[in-house]
Design a protein around this ligand. Sequence first.
Ligand SMILES: [Zn+2]
Ligand SMILES: [Zn+2]
Length: 366
Amino acid sequence: MVYLIKDVISHLESIAPSAYQESYDNARLIVGSPEAQVTGIICSLDVTEAVVEEAKTKGCNLIVAHHPIIFKGLKSLTGKNYVERTVIKAIKDDIAIYAIHTNLDAVHQGVNQKIAQKIGLSDTKILAPKKGLLTKLTTFIPRDNSEEVLQVLYQAGAGIIGNYSHCSFQTEGEGTFLPMENATPHIGSKGKEERVAEKRVELMFPAHLQSKVLQALKSAHPYEEVAYYLHPLDNDHQEVGSGMIGQLPEAIPGMDFLQHLKKSMGLQVLKHTAVLDKKISKVALCGGAGIFLLGQAIQSGADVFITADVKYHEFFDADQQILLADIGHYESEIYTKELLKDLLSQKFSNIATYLTNVVTNPISYL
Ligand SMILES: [Zn+2]
Ligand SMILES: [Zn+2]
């Protein structure tokens, strides 16, 4: 079985849709052609020249990374910094670079779930679910066709709420119409008012699937003109957002938890605020720079908040309400490469998929 780079991307984006990335992000195929045949994949947190060299040595022509190597516009490619040199080397060696970044941070099965797994948390939920990602479709279908049309809408990704699929609400009623001069009606005839037993069907879908869902509706619905309404919803999307909360199997003292955290995440060092006189059972976390979630972590009743890139004055904001731990950006997200490898090997068992051996952390500890 031959797979193209675009097949790999479409699989990864079925898990972490590109529409879920932040506006400042650049998660996409950054170097290479989507039509190229995949010879092997290297999974990495960052892309550096050493990672490109490793890909070449291992016979891989695709690097799947979390952090995008190009983050802002490049106006020249002369090799004056590591970004330009990495891109030039990838082009010369014919190695594609794909980045799956804040979209993978945002989904439940993404970066934060991997951290939660390492720490041993259960009952994980998104800490700050996102709004504005859901739309409601209301449409009217002749009663006899409603089941068939609904199945096509479910296939297109409509009707999923959390762990439930096929979610819809249906009411029976009567639809009226009068086919005008240029109509070719499925039911009735020109110039004559018609009354048909119809179902009013309501169901939700992720907003980024709108054109797919409408296309499905129009292809399956028997009418020449399909009546429907779209309503953007203000609901939170429970499966998409920032950070994560979860439960430890049992409450443990703060210092014991920090030791457990250090061991389970393989840390050389971690920074933390004063250990409080209460046991830790509820854990909030966010891979990478997540201090913007401190308020929500406190509000959620978490006993500890784990993130990275915390500045001096931001440690004060924990204010004895929560134990705050900064474990380092690289350290918090390094297991993302394992997540990527697992997602890829499950789907593409005949493509050689590797974890990078290159330590891309630019920070050393003395
Ligand atoms: Zn991240
Ligand atoms: Zn990051």
